[in-house]
Write a protein that binds this ligand. Sequence first.
Ligand code: NI
Length: 333
Amino acid sequence: MNERVSDRSYDWRTPAGLTLATLMLSLNACAPSDDYQKQSPVPTPTGSTETSDVPAVEIEPIEAPSPTDIPTEGYYVETSPADTTTSPEPSPQPTETEAPVEPSTTPAPTEDPTTPADINELTGLMPPEHSQTVDCMVQKCIALTFDDGPGPYTEDLIDHLAEYDAKATFFLVGDRVDNYETVVTDLRDGGHQIGNHTWDHDDLTTKTNQEAIDDIDQTSDEIEAVTGVRPEVMRPPYGATNQRIVDALGQPQILWSVDTQDWLYRDSDYVSSYVLQHASRGDIVLMHDIHKTSVDAVPEILAELTEQGYVFVTVDDLLGSDLEPGRYSQQEL
Ligand code: NI
């Protein structure tokens, strides 16, 4: 796991010639296995965790909550009655016999569905285009990313983001998609980017090449079946990847440059404070929308960073949409 990301065979540059900064591999990015929890000291909020490949950053102390709610099993341990709200939408009432058309002398004003959003709303088929108006060479861009969903709080998160016209990237777990189809289509319709986070959150480095390919393909098939769009980027669970997996999958692997450890510190104030203190231009911020505390932290993040002039964009908008296979965690601007 402690492979060096400074390996010169990885000289990731965008087509614009922008150097992509160091990879951060962190074992504890997602909720760890039980074994890992038992062996590992509880990380402090001073950044002294397994992020040795990332240059040390002076971190102002944050009042951290006691991580008494460390997840004890699995990576998505939070459940909610809201899970039951994802039943299929009611089908429209069958229309009765043809209703008489009201005579009208003046045609109702209608607007031409000329924008992609309009057309999408009408057809439900056309994926929204990524924002074409954000130029991260000019504007202060940050990419918020959310892993392990969709979940019971994702819809709230979509609403929070919409209030600020913020776009984000969601790395979905394949076997959760079926239970949250409406949420997933709402992500698409909101202009957010959807990435692949494997079918069941397995460590891909433990799989054979073919097993890893099948895992990613199964997940992308599921997402494409729901959204009509096949994910072009993925994020390996736990950040666990290597050259073999990169070569086998042949996809851009999006890691991160700011790890909130929100799965450990289930405290909204802590999560928002951490982001506000650490995130800056070009960063990719890792959070998990399966935790209510993380979703609840987002409004303050959006409000404060918007006030500071930041723009929230998708990974595609930040890094460019024609990435080559490899590992990306940041863009230096
Ligand atoms: Ni994850």
